[in-house]
Design a protein around this ligand. Structure first.
Ligand code: SF4
Ligand code: SF4
Length: 372
């Protein structure tokens, strides 16, 4: 029978002793059998998308990754930690900035750069070979908002397992949320992680994935079912789970049935639930607006803009744009070609200097005014 259990554990900080206890408790309550990993290789897949400091709440916290690693090492596994950052940001730079490199080395975990490990094809998806080589995959997403997909949780986190230079192709082929979400769900189903542990101790709300604010949610979300994990995460912040397009895509693809309830265990949801958590744009919670966006995605999505004062002319956004919508001028300042932009927000995600801002646009403002 399908396991639809989700464990919620209240944890307010990243202090090592209490975090280790909470992680142990979360894994135990999911009924994941730790005796199975003795002598096996276990891959931890955190969110290491860009080079941001841990306190910015963009990436999975180093103490969280290390604590999960310690639990699996104690159970006798060889533990790997891997990801592939966006664009051409180096894995080593991300490990340094996020603190994950130092934390993992101290905990005796082995770091695996997906980009250099080779690629295997799984049901047509080019995935890092590390995924295929590991006996177990443990998904460690950061709990945060996302301008394009509204939230980035367990399903979305696995997009980082796709070969880096092919990710832009998926954005280009499926520029709309409807089809892109189906791609994300298919990738998640192919990888089928054995366990999902979401770092929601300090989450990010507002304009995620990088322009939002750290939000003390004090929650660890654990589940062996990836869709149940995302469902519970939405419930935790008072978001209708069916406003999350990846969950709707899972229903359309027949891998998730929302009529069966998710079983919440662990600490009571009321002890950590936050009604103050904001998604990128409140108007995006409206069914009508979501429907309209399927058709007028470009017009109804905010337009990225370069803040020249903040821009350090590193060119990362130019090299990461899947649509060729960013060009560099003679002084190496990026310029956006609005007509080409598919509103994927990779540029905001990749910019290390918060120099890509957002303009809501007249049409959105008018729609928001009518929806009030
Ligand atoms: S906007 Fe950001 S990523 Fe783009 S060139 Fe400027 S600093 Fe670099
Ligand atoms: S300009 Fe930014 S939002 Fe537009 S397509 Fe390029 S990366 Fe995506």
């Amino acid at each position: 029978m399908e396991n639809r259990q989700v464990v919620l554990i209240k944890q307010s900080d990243y202090s090592s002793d209490s975090l280790l206890c909470s992680i142990r408790k979360a894994i135990e309550l999911t009924s994941f059998d730790l005796t199975r990993v003795g002598g096996a290789t276990v891959l931890l897949k955190p969110n290491l998308v860009t080079a941001h400091r841990p306190e910015e709440a963009v990436t999975t916290h180093p103490a969280f990754v290390a604590a999960v690693g310690r639990v699996f090492r104690e159970a006798g596994a060889e533990v790997w930690v891997g990801d592939c950052p966006m664009g051409d940001i180096s894995f080593e730079d991300v490990l340094t900035a996020t603190g994950v490199g130092a934390a993992c080395r101290e905990a005796g975990l082995i770091l695996r750069d997906f980009r250099t490990a080779g690629v295997v094809s799984r049901q047509g998806f080019p995935l890092s070979k590390v995924i295929a080589d590991a006996d177990f995959v443990i998904n460690l997403p950061k709990f945060k908002t996302h301008l394009f997909t509204m939230m980035t949780l367990s399903v979305k986190n696995l997009f980082g397992c796709v070969e880096s230079n092919k990710r832009a192709d998926y954005h280009r082929i499926s520029p709309r949320l409807f089809s892109f979400s189906e791609t994300l769900v298919k990738i998640a189903e192919v990888i089928a992680p054995d366990l999902n542990l979401v770092d929601g101790i300090v989450a990010m709300d507002g304009y995620g994935p990088t322009l939002g604010d750290p939000f003390p949610l004090s929650a660890i979300v654990a589940s062996r079912n990836i869709h149940a994990s995302d469902w519970a995460a939405c419930t935790l912040i008072g978001l209708n789970p069916l406003h999350l397009e990846t969950l709707r895509a899972a229903v359309r693809l027949g891998v998730w049935n929302y009529s069966d309830s998710v079983r919440l265990t662990g600490d009571p949801i009321e002890s950590m639930r936050s009604i103050d958590f904001t998604v990128p744009y409140e108007i995006d919670r409206s069914w009508f607006f979501q429907f309209a966006k399927q058709w007028w995605h470009n017009r109804l999505s905010p337009q990225p803009q370069i803040d020249r004062q903040q821009c350090k002319r590193c060119g990362l956004c130019f090299r990461s744009c899947p649509a060729g919508a960013i060009v560099l001028n003679k002084e190496n300042f990026p310029r956006l070609l609005n007509r080409r932009c598919i509103k994927c927000y990779c540029c905001t995600e990749v910019c290390p200097h918060h120099a890509v801002l957002l303009n809501e646009g007249l049409l959105r403002r008018v729609a928001a005014w009518f929806s009030h």
